[in-house]
Ligand binder design. Structure first.
Ligand SMILES: Cc1cc2nc3c(=O)[nH]c(=O)nc-3n(C[C@H](O)[C@H](O)[C@H](O)COP(=O)(O)OP(=O)(O)OC[C@H]3O[C@@H](n4cnc5c(N)ncnc54)[C@H](O)[C@@H]3O)c2cc1C
Length: 576
């Protein structure tokens, strides 16, 4: 029984015989980072008409303050998926499942995400290219990252950032004293201060966020709002695509069928249909959804400090000043849900030959799951109330910071299955974390936890008496604290994700049995149909995935212009 609200629409939907057929040059399905960029860039060509179609609604100012990012998961801007129950992880989560939020709004997941902006490691892209995807090496994609960007970063590496692009990437105005202590401590532990979106990634840095004047800069505010007046751009919200129309004889995509206001409609694309729906499988006979990588985390690595230098949410929210500060783009509301700094490390579990290739990202939060007394953060990680009461509650009036290690290159991968042919049925997500035969993913996490402890022992944090919270995770009491067995139990008991599902429509050459699209993002064996979103990413990047998704949108726009533009058009890099 599917209890999704969308089911009701289907039951009530009736065939609309008075279908208004509309024809466009391009139909873009989904308005997340990739789709919004495409809608913007394709309508730069005055001769073209574009329909951008989005299942979710327009957003409003609720999404603006970065600090409330986590709470947006509990609004209608989230499809509300959950991953399936499996044995090897999340054993102690509520219902033994992870929440699997996905944005459903104009702007896609960039409406509910944490705005952490990371491009990835140069090797990520060089490896994509080496897998048979010409055009995707770091040297070739870097211009697209720069093209999108309007950077406001104090310690930016010269030559790596853009000015005047649509997407504002900035330092975060809110920084706690504890984050300064942590950044210093990481440097004392041997990590250089880096611009992780610049020359090299390994090191520590304050986080860069997609913020404009301290507010969320989403795919909608950055790429759609400034061009909504274009006559050749039609945006339809609350319109859900249920089918891509394909001529069976020629295998050519020529339009879509969608539901809007409980009626079926069709729209025709004279050139292409472009799927930017964030990896929801819509095709058949190709290995869609067979492989799904994701970035796992462990949400219970906390350290206690002896001074009040972390986020004090209660005090901030009851202080009028907090609201006044936000009006001028300052103060705690500009914090990315508490995320303040990132450290890229290569643990001693890594067997990658390249010394510049991290295997873990450490996300520093100047607070913990108890900063809001278990209201939102606990629910995000599906931590049961009893577990919260045991681990976090006793520290509610203490000062905790938390590190979320993110496994950037997991060997384990999961998959997606359709429940039925009904497009209104939610798919089933199997994350399949920690299932690689050599247990390498778990070993990497354990190595990361030990490295975090080493950083924590540096003088700048010891000055505040930083000590690890050592309450045993329920279910792991039989193990000795800090033994490898204990940590393995802990990370398999409380497990989270950073929501970076990739590879479900993998990019690769035709001879690659896992590939769904080619290096120009055209679906193998179907004409006039592309997939342009994070699902094409062939290997998990050393990044959060919105950054790569904007880049993929930029690059795809040029690929499409190269193929169809009536006159040569402002392409990067220049075509020969
Ligand atoms: C809670 C959360 C926090 C995150 N935090 C970060 C972060 O801090 N930094 C970062 O880089 N990444 C983050 N991510 C990931 C990142 O936001 C996504 O990877 C990125 O937005 C994906 O972009 P996309 O263009 O592929 O698709 P999406 O942004 O997912 O957009 C897809 C759009 O398609 C629409 N759609 C789907 N099906 C249909 C249909 N049938 N008909 C019409 N429309 C449809 C959806 O409603 C949605 O609006 C986070 C993700 C989540 C869930």
């Amino acid at each position: 029984q599917d209890t999704s609200p969308q089911m009701n629409i289907l039951q009530e939907a009736v065939r609309d015989d008075g279908n208004v057929k509309k024809e466009f040059d391009f139909i873009v399905i989904g308005s997340g980072p990739s789709g919004a960029v495409l809608a913007n860039r394709l309508t730069e060509v005055p001769e073209w008409t574009v329909l951008l179609i989005e299942a979710g609604d327009e957003t409003n100012i609720v999404a603006d303050p970065p600090f409330v990012a986590g709470a947006l998961q509990f609004t209608d801007y989230n499809w509300g998926y959950k991953a399936e129950q499996e044995d090897g992880f999340c054993r102690g989560c509520f219902e033994k499942r992870m929440l699997y939020p996905h944005g459903k709004a104009l702007g896609g997941t960039s409406i509910i995400n944490y705005m952490i902006q990371v491009r990835g490691n140069p090797l990520d892209y060089d490896r994509w290219a080496a897998m048979g995807n010409p055009g995707w090496s770091y040297k070739e994609v870097l211009p697209y990252f720069i093209k999108s960007e309007d950077a406001h970063i104090e310690k930016a590496d010269a030559g790596y950032h853009g000015k005047g692009g649509y997407l504002s990437v900035s330092d975060v105005p809110a920084r706690t004293e504890s984050s300064h202590a942590y950044v210093r401590a990481a440097q004392e532990a041997g990590y250089p201060y880096v611009d992780y979106n610049g020359k090299s990634q390994i090191g520590v840095s304050y986080v860069q966020g997609t913020l404009r004047n301290g507010r969320r800069d989403s795919a909608e505010t950055a790429f759609l709002r400034p061009v909504r007046g274009r006559k050749n751009l039609t945006i339809l919200t609350k319109s859900r695509v249920v089918q891509i129309l394909i001529r069976p004889e020629t295998k050519e995509a020529y339009g879509i069928k969608y539901v809007r206001n409980k009626r079926y409609h069709e729209a025709i694309a004279s050139k292409e249909v472009i799927v930017c729906a964030g990896g929801i499988p819509v095709l058949r006979d190709l290995p869609v959804g067979q492989k799904m990588y994701d970035h796992a985390t462990f949400p219970a690595l906390m350290f206690q400090l002896n001074e009040s230098i972390v986020i004090d949410e209660e005090k901030s929210l009851t202080d009028l000043n907090t609201y006044i500060q936000f009006l001028s783009g300052r103060g705690i509301f500009t914090s990315l849900g508490g995320v303040e700094s990132l450290t890229y490390i290569k643990t001693n579990a890594s067997d990658d030959p390249d010394p510049s290739y991290p295997d873990i990202e450490l996300i520093y939060v100047g607070g913990s799951l108890n900063t809001d007394r278990g209201l939102i953060f606990r629910r995000i990680f599906n931590v049961p109330q009893e577990t919260y009461d045991k681990i976090w509650k006793p520290f509610e009036d203490k000062y905790l910071y938390q590190i979320f290690p993110m496994l950037v290159h997991p060997r384990s991968y999961g998959y997606i299955r359709l429940k039925s042919k009904d497009p209104f049925h939610w798919p089933k997500f199997y994350a399949n974390f920690y299932s690689d035969p050599e247990n390498h993913d778990v070993k990497t996490f354990i190595a990361a936890i030990r490295e975090v402890r080493r950083i924590n022992s540096s003088p700048s944090l010891q000055r505040y008496g930083a000590t690890m919270v050592q309450t045993l995770i329920p279910g792991c009491e039989d193990h000795v604290f800090d033994s490898d067995e204990y940590w393995e139990c802990a990370i398999r008991t409380l497990t989270g994700t950073f929501y970076h599902q990739v590879s479900t429509c993998k990019m690769g050459p035709e001879e690659d049995p896992e590939a769904v699209v080619d290096a120009k993002l055209r679906v193998h064996g179907v004409k006039n149909l592309r997939v342009v979103d994070t699902s094409v990413i062939p290997l998990p990047p050393t990044a959060h995935t919105a950054g790569p998704s904007y880049m993929i949108g930029e690059k795809a726009s040029d690929l499409i212009k190269q193929q169809w533009a009536p006159t040569p058009f402002n392409l990067i890099p220049k075509t020969e």
